[in-house]
Design a protein around this ligand. Structure first.
Ligand SMILES: Cc1cc2nc3c(=O)[nH]c(=O)nc-3n(C[C@H](O)[C@H](O)[C@H](O)COP(=O)(O)OP(=O)(O)OC[C@H]3O[C@@H](n4cnc5c(N)ncnc54)[C@H](O)[C@@H]3O)c2cc1C
Length: 367
């Protein structure tokens, strides 16, 4: 029996588990390593915050999916690799031996986030940590003059701001004030002009302040210190800055790019260790792609095929990630913006479109 270890139950690995459930890989024992028994689907997280979904609507039951795939489920995090001994080191202290290893562990919170984040901030990743802390934040928002600062101005930060504002309005917390702090002059840098313009308009219409062109340097009790020397008052601070690579792949000796993401070839194999595969945000493709759930999802089916092929001694096939991805960004109140390349559209129907795509994704992999 060959040992295949899947580390992380990310967007690509759920496809691999579904492929295994449909047809097991011959003579292969599969183990899934994940710190949580469920994966919370980030695409629906803002909808959960806004109150549009129950948490079960946005959760993929990894342990159950592993069961259907005939895979052993080990609830722990991978903390390092011994590539000579072919073993995964786990936070539980266990070492798991493998012949082939596939990594879809996603990004980690950006280590360059402001000082004081651990003590005074609430980072969006790990998502499970945020989900556990959210009810407390909602309760705190009932206090008079509540002020929430969101550090970040990318798609995740903006979507969270809209979702939180929508939820506050639904709960009658109209006294609460939201401020987005971002280093770019405008939010959603890199997205089409029309999308940015619409988002800025909607932020203003919903009373969400945007402080652009300023980096948050330090989170302090009740304040955020900015790089222009000013401070803004904040009773709670959410940190939604960019995604970064975990340290352990590079520390284990895998070839990585300068940011620490695992370099892979067109067959999604590590460029330094071909018995290791990587997909999703943790992988660095030769022809680089944005870190996005869309590309992680698309990597799943070709990854499943190549894992099957290598375990069964067959020829692997190259795969080319698509050039463009559709971005759907909800702005609360069941309204959404869409971008495809340089084009952008918006409307309540775009939200229904996104809702349908997200619900189908969850339904595909079982509750
Ligand atoms: C609020 C928010 C909204 C977003 N909305 C969208 C969107 O609408 N569309 C879009 O394309 N992108 C969106 N993104 C980005 C998207 O979340 C990521 O690009 C996507 O999750 C990457 O998928 P992945 O499979 O690489 O990793 P993930 O989805 O992060 O999955 C990784 C899995 O591995 C597990 N794991 C982590 N570390 C370890 C470890 N050491 N050992 C074992 N397991 C581990 C995690 O628990 C998780 O289950 C959003 C991000 C956020 C924060």
């Amino acid at each position: 029996m060959k040992q295949l270890v899947l580390a992380g139950g990310g967007h690509a690995h759920v496809h691999v588990l579904a492929a295994l459930a449909a047809a097991p890989f011959a003579d292969t024992q599969v183990t899934l390593v994940s710190p949580y028994p469920c994966q919370i689907y980030s695409g629906m997280l803002p909808g959960w915050i806004a109150g549009h979904y129950a948490i079960e609507d946005c959760s993929l039951a990894l342990a159950a999916l592993a069961g259907r795939a005939g895979a052993r489920f080990v609830q722990t995090a991978c903390t390092g690799l011994d590539l000579d001994a072919k073993q995964v080191r786990c936070a539980s202290g266990e070492n798991i031996a493998f012949d082939y290893l596939s990594l879809d562990t996603g990004p980690v919170a950006d280590p360059s986030q402001p000082t004081g984040t651990a003590a005074h901030g609430l980072p969006i990743r790990p998502i499970e940590g945020f989900v556990a802390a959210w009810p407390g934040l909602l309760e705190k928002a009932r206090q008079d003059d509540f002020k929430l600062a969101i550090v970040g101005d990318g798609a995740a930060a903006v979507e969270l701001a809209f979702a939180i504002q929508t939820r506050f309005a639904a709960e009658g917390l109209n006294h609460a004030r939201l401020t987005l702090v971002g280093s770019n002059p405008q939010p959603l840098a890199g997205f089409p002009f029309l999308m940015r313009r619409k988002a800025i308009m909607l932020l203003a219409a919903q009373g969400i302040e945007h402080l652009g062109g300023r980096r948050a340097l330090a989170l302090l009790p009740g304040h955020v210190r900015l790089d222009d020397g000013s401070e803004i008052a904040a009773d709670a601070i959410l940190v939604a800055t960019g995604a970064a690579a975990p340290e352990w792949p590079a520390a284990s000796g895998l070839a990585t790019d300068e940011a620490g993401f695992i370099r892979v070839n067109a067959k999604q194999q590590s460029r330094s260790h071909p018995f290791v595969f990587a997909a999703g945000d943790v992988a660095a493709y030769a022809d680089s792609r944005p870190k996005s759930g869309v590309f992680a999802v698309r990597a799943g089916p070709p990854l499943a095929e190549n894992l099957r092929a290598i375990c069964q001694g067959q020829t692997l096939k190259p795969w080319q990630p698509q050039k463009r991805a559709l971005y759907l960004l909800s702005t609360g109140r069941k309204y959404a913006l869409a971008a495809w390349g340089g084009f952008s559209i918006s409307g309540a129907w775009v939200w229904r479109w996104k809702d349908g795509i997200d619900r189908r994704f969850i339904a595909q992999f079982g509750a």
